[in-house]
Ligand binder design. Structure first.
Ligand code: ATP
Length: 455
């Protein structure tokens, strides 16, 4: 067996993945102070199961994870894999090469594996036991350790020689066997204690046993008495049962007779039920007839109600029509009065027109006369002439105005005449409608009378 390879990731100063190959022979690691040579042997001890952070030159286990530098950020875990050549079978595994791996996270969580298979720390310890390889074994001797070994007592050196001799495993087993023996001895002492305690209780237990025996004898007597009591009770009950059976037989005979009577009564009852059924059917038929008669009556009642309603509506319509007729007659009367008024106005206007025309006539006559009389003295009478001309113009204007009023009155008279004609026409239509309503009313009344007569 020899060390073949060591692989470090994030362990102390080895931030990047670093692989160290060891060939058979002697390998020396050379470097200046603080360059990380001891970190290599720390890695080997750590992967073999070292638990003390102090012996790995740190304060706590987290210190073995690369803590970062000026140019690199810290990493989250450290991992070391140690590969050993096992072609000579020194390790108790059927592999020619054995790789032991350990990984630790900043959270403190640890993982172990042998040939990439997860395992416990104990499995790694047992694998290397008595092989000279191990965290405390002689195959790893750190700085100043040789001097320490040689100078310490022979007893302290013994561990190293025992490991080399391969008896550590047996010593461990012996230690475990001695521990178990000691436990067994302690158990024996406890058993002795219990036995002596039971011996002390033996006296009172004997008394209790005597009491138990007396109890058993008394219990036996009680059982015998109870049995004879039960036998007596059973015999009495049996006699009672026999008497009851006889009574039951008598009652059964009575029951048979009663059943026969009951059958006859049931037959009679059946016949009576049949008759009742027939009567029920006739009643039902009669009820059906009564129902249809009631329905018919209800229908006629409904029709009568409808006809009454129609009569009421027609009466209301008639009332409305009469009222409308009355209103129209009133309106016609007022229009006629208005027309008379207008005619009066027209006559007055005509009168005034005639007066105006007469005045004009007179003025013209005066003018003619004056014109005739004043022909010679035109200049003198010129003013009079103009005055008269003005009067004439005014009178003409007045006359034109009166004519316009007359025209307006005439147009209004025409409109009122037309309105009267239209109202006359409407009146005629209403009269027709009234006649129709009266005719319909007469028909409805006749129908009501007929229906009432039929009902
Ligand atoms: P010497 O010859 O003085 O014993 P050495 O070559 O053995 O020195 P080591 O003691 O192995 O060197 O290495 C120490 C170096 O490892 C230091 O430079 C230290 O900064 C670095 N180191 C230790 N732990 C860590 C860590 N967790 N993260 C980063 N660097 C670390």
């Amino acid at each position: 067996m020899y060390l073949k390879r060591l692989e470090l990731i994030g362990f102390k100063s080895f931030a990047d993945r670093t692989e160290l190959e060891f060939v058979p022979g002697v390998t020396a690691v050379v470097g200046p102070n603080g360059s990380g040579k001891s970190n290599v042997s720390d890695a080997i001890r750590w992967v073999l199961g070292e638990q003390s952070a102090k012996s790995l030159r740190g304060a706590k286990m987290e210190d073995i994870i690369f803590a970062g530098s000026d140019t690199r950020k810290p990493v989250n875990f450290a991992e070391v894999s140690l590969t050993l050549d096992n072609s000579d079978g020194s390790l108790d595994l059927e592999y020619s090469e054995v790789t032991v791996t350990r990984r630790v996270y900043r959270s403190g969580e640890s993982e172990y594996s042998i040939n990439k298979r997860p395992c416990r720390l104990k499995d790694i310890m047992e694998l290397f036991m008595d092989t000279g390889v191990g965290k405390e074994a002689y195959s790893i001797i750190g700085q100043g350790r040789i001097e320490e070994i040689l100078s310490t007592k022979a007893e302290d050196r013994r561990g190293i020689f025992e490991e080399a001799a391969g008896i550590v495993k047996y010593k461990n087993r012996k230690r475990e066997a001695e521990k178990r023996l000691e436990e067994t001895e302690q158990n024996l002492v406890r058993i002795h204690d219990i036995v002596s305690e039971i011996d002390e209780q033996a006296g009172p237990l004997a008394e209790q046993a005597e009491t138990a025996k007396t109890y058993q004898a008394l219990h036996q007597q009680l059982v015998e008495h109870e049995v004879s009591l039960y036998v007596q009770q059973i015999e009495a009950t049996h006699e009672k049962w026999q008497r009851s059976s006889e009574q039951v037989a008598g009652l059964q005979n009575e029951l048979i007779q009663l059943s026969a009577t009951s059958s006859t009564r049931e037959a009679e009852l059946e016949q009576a039920k049949l008759k009742v059924h027939e009567i029920d059917q006739s009643i039902e038929e009669l009820q059906q007839v009564l129902l249809s008669v009631s329905e018919e009556t209800e229908k006629v009642e409904g029709q009568r109600e409808v006809l009454r309603e129609r009569k009421r509506n027609l009466a209301a319509n008639r009332q409305q029509t009469m009222e409308q007729l009355h209103r129209l007659t009133e309106k016609q009367r007022s229009l006629e009065e208005e027309l008379a008024e207008q005619n009066k106005l027209k006559q007055e206007a005509e009168l005034r027109l005639a007066e105006a025309e007469a005045a004009l006539q007179k003025a013209q006559e005066n003018y003619s006369e004056m014109l005739q009389a004043l022909t010679d003295d035109v200049d003198a009478l010129k003013s009079d002439y103009f005055e008269k001309l003005n009067q004439t113009a005014n009178l003409r204007n007045d006359m034109r105005h009166q004519q316009q009023i007359l025209q307006t009155h005439q147009a209004r008279v025409d409109r009122l005449t037309q309105e009267k004609a239209r109202l006359d026409q409407e009146e005629a239509q209403r009269q027709e409608k009234l006649a129709l309503c009266q005719q319909e009313l007469a028909e409805v009344e006749q129908a009501i009378n007929e229906t009432l007569a039929a009902y």
